[in-house]
Design a protein around this ligand. Structure first.
Ligand SMILES: Nc1ncnc2c1ncn2[C@@H]1O[C@H](COP(=O)(O)OP(=O)(O)O)[C@@H](O)[C@H]1O
Ligand SMILES: [Mg+2]
Length: 490
């Protein structure tokens, strides 16, 4: 086949020379990846045209008679879809399975392994993981596959922590425990085998190997992650540094970390980017606009600003800048972080905000927590105290009057109590409320935010209204619509 003529037929004659200079003949044509084409100087639209055409070409060029070799042709086409990209890979292994095997009869062992496999599959599926392969009692799982996902590394780590618990809680005759390794790296992903369900989805590269090696370093019930994963998940978790370790098959020592638990970090943005991000580039207009609204809010006209745009466009960064610009002005800052992991947890952003503001520590006994909360809320009425203590799941006995309310009534009263708290703060000075990642908001918080947001701009008219509240809202992923009440979890 004449490559130059084929290119001309596609209207891509301008690349003839580049193809010739790089010795690309008909045989390697189907193997060119998107990155290769880019290196050859091909524009995005042309790369797409090229790839469409080359798929049509594949069966006849590699397999002269497609009708007799259908499977091979299909697999050839699938191979073409192989792509190089970042993937997070988890390797899970059962602790002491050899000992189990020697103790149990094969039938019982089969059942236990079956229950364990189901537990792994269910747990990782909940975090968007894809079981690629069972290898005896080992399981290989991909995150960010088949669709790449910006939170894949974080999801893998969360899945690992959840899996340790889930396996430990399995009601089997023998207690089970796992070791988990998680690695992130560049891989070539594709269906390298043939068509059909249940096939291993091939991943080429050292990452699966890394995950298996990290797993071997883990203690029972531990999740060990590689340096790239660690970098991606930033301050979202607490870690134990395992130091530099020589690992078979890797020329340089690697630096693994054991994940201890989720960290109590306030802001995902700070957890992932550090507290002092790189200097702001541009965006002066947007920052000015935010500051103008802030000034209006300070003079008693509550304002709501919705920041809406694609993930990564800089919404959180803008709110950080606003906070920096006004840090020397007296005001109260309230931050609410919605998260993909708490979409089903009613009022989670408010609960977390109250816990932070009251300074509750994970290990505080309940009475201490209650004491701290009461200190934060003063001078709230005893009923408001009881409502908010219950919101934080703190036992109120002996400190606050018992509440005897229907769930609906309790919710209404809790909302009222929260609004009263806000009004108290707003009477003392301006309040900046930031809601991050509203596309992940839980339904109750959405209702509450609607109340607050609805109240703020109408501050002159409504008696209920906090007079000096400015709310900035961060919402990713959708470009249409402009009202927080319409934000849908995505
Ligand atoms: N104008 C900017 N100047 C400098 N860095 C920016 C700017 N906008 C965004 N960034 C950086 O880009 C990354 C993503 O921004 P982020 O605010 O988290 O996006 P979003 O909240 O819209 O998802 C962050 O590291 C952030 O610091
Ligand atoms: Mg953001």
């Amino acid at each position: 086949m004449d490559v130059a003529a084929w290119l001309r037929g596609l209207g891509l004659q301008q690349y003839e020379q580049a193809f010739r200079d790089n010795a690309i003949d008909a045989e390697v044509l189907p193997e060119l990846t998107d990155a290769d084409l880019e290196k050859l100087g091909m524009l995005l639209g042309h790369r797409k045209r090229f790839r469409k055409a080359v798929v049509g070409l594949a069966p006849s060029s590699s397999h002269p008679d497609p009708s007799t070799d259908d499977i091979a042709a299909q697999s050839r086409t699938r191979e073409l879809s192989a792509e190089r990209r970042q993937l997070t890979v988890m390797f899970v292994d059962l602790v002491g399975s050899t000992a189990l095997a020697s103790r149990l009869d094969p039938e019982d062992l089969r059942e236990i392994i079956g229950a364990y496999h189901r537990c792994v599959a269910d747990t990782v599926a909940h975090f968007g993981g894809f079981v690629a392969k069972y290898m005896g009692d080992g399981v290989l799982v991909y995150f960010g596959y088949p669709q790449a996902h910006e939170n894949a590394a974080e999801q893998a780590v969360r899945a690992g922590l959840a899996l340790v618990d889930a396996v430990r809680q399995l009601q089997e005759p023998e207690p089970l425990r796992v070791r988990i390794g998680v690695g992130t790296g560049q891989v070539v992903v594709g269906d390298l085998i043939t068509a059909g369900e249940g096939q291993e989805r091939g991943v080429v590269g050292e990452t699966p190997n890394l995950a298996a090696r990290l797993q071997a370093l883990a203690e029972p019930d531990a999740v060990v992650i590689g340096p790239q994963t660690r970098q991606l998940v930033g301050g979202l978790f607490e870690y134990r540094d395992l130091g530099a370790v020589e690992v078979k098959g890797f020329p340089e020592p690697i630096h693994p970390y054991q994940v201890v638990r989720e960290s109590a970090v306030e802001s995902r943005f700070e957890a992932l980017h550090g507290a002092t991000p790189t200097p702001l580039v541009g965006r002066e207009e947007e920052v000015d606009l935010l500051q103008r609204h802030w000034h209006r809010a300070k003079s008693g006209e509550g304002r709501v600003v919705l920041l809406s745009g694609e993930p990564g466009i800089g919404k959180s960064r803008l709110t950080v800048t606003l906070q920096e610009r006004i840090q020397n002005e007296p005001h109260t800052r309230l931050r609410y972080f919605c998260s993909p992991h708490h979409q089903d947890s009613a009022l989670h952003p408010t609960i977390a905000q109250l816990e932070r503001a009251a300074g509750l520590e994970r290990d505080d006994p309940p009475e201490t927590k209650l004491e701290k909360l009461a200190g934060l809320l003063a001078p709230a009425s005893p009923e408001d105290g009881a409502l908010l203590a219950e919101l934080l799941s703190l036992p109120t006995e002996g400190r606050f009057p018992p509440l005897q309310l229907t769930p609906q009534r309790q919710k209404e009263k809790t909302f009222d109590a929260l609004l009263r708290q806000l009004e108290d703060l707003a009477r003392k000075g301006p309040v900046l409320m930031l809601f991050e990642d509203v596309h992940w908001i839980d339904p109750s918080s959405r209702e509450l935010l609607g109340d607050r947001a609805g109240a703020a701009p109408a501050s002159v008219a409504s008696p209920h209204v906090p007079p000096r509240v400015s709310t900035a809202v961060d919402r990713a992923g959708t470009r249409h619509g402009s009202c927080p009440q319409s934000a849908r979890p995505s």
